[in-house]
Ligand binder design. Structure first.
Ligand code: DQA
Length: 153
């Protein structure tokens, strides 16, 4: 179990220029570099991906479920963007793939509009990290690594 998948959903390719007051000025490439450095410090490889398409994210979750079953993937950190608040299909994909997932948000969704307060992913996730900016990705990787070290791969 030596890899963690980082999945990013819609509009996260715009990080850096997208509503910087909410999401900061780091780009998605900066986030990938942070994740890879965090993983390297923990002896873990990072598979970093982004898609604006729900079906692509679902296919990647299925693929990750198989890798988890095969023992090569510890789990996934998933920032599903707005699909968090709309997608029963992503909920079902996580459940169906039996994939350990940490739900991640850069912003504190609970301090924002009411439509961001509900998550379809949270009931299928191990836990949720929100509101710590891009540092949340490092915290989520650490959480999966600790869980793996404790035998909860
Ligand atoms: C987000 C929060 C979502 O509500 C929003 O739709 C995003 C980004 C975050 O990282 O804070 O696209 O997931």
């Amino acid at each position: 179990m030596s890899t963690i998948l980082i999945l990013n959903g819609p509009n996260l390719n715009l990080l850096g220029t997208r509503e910087p007051a909410l999401y900061g000025t780091a780009t998605l490439d900066d986030v990938a570099a942070l994740c890879k450095a965090t993983g390297a410090g923990l002896g873990l490889a990072i598979d970093f991906r982004q898609s604006n398409h729900e079906g692509v994210l679902i296919d990647w979750i299925h693929e990750a479920g198989r890798a988890h079953r095969d023992g090569t993937l510890l789990g996934a950190v998933f920032n599903a963007g707005a699909y968090t608040h709309t997608s029963v299909a992503l909920h079902d994909a996580i459940k169906g793939a039996s994939l350990p997932v940490v739900e991640l948000h850069i912003s504190n969704v609970h301090a924002r509009e009411p439509f961001r307060h509900h998550s379809y992913l949270a009931p299928a996730a191990l836990g949720v990290i929100a509101g710590f900016g891009i540092d949340g990705y490092a915290l989520a990787i650490e959480a999966l690594a600790r869980r793996g070290a404790a035998g909860g791969g």
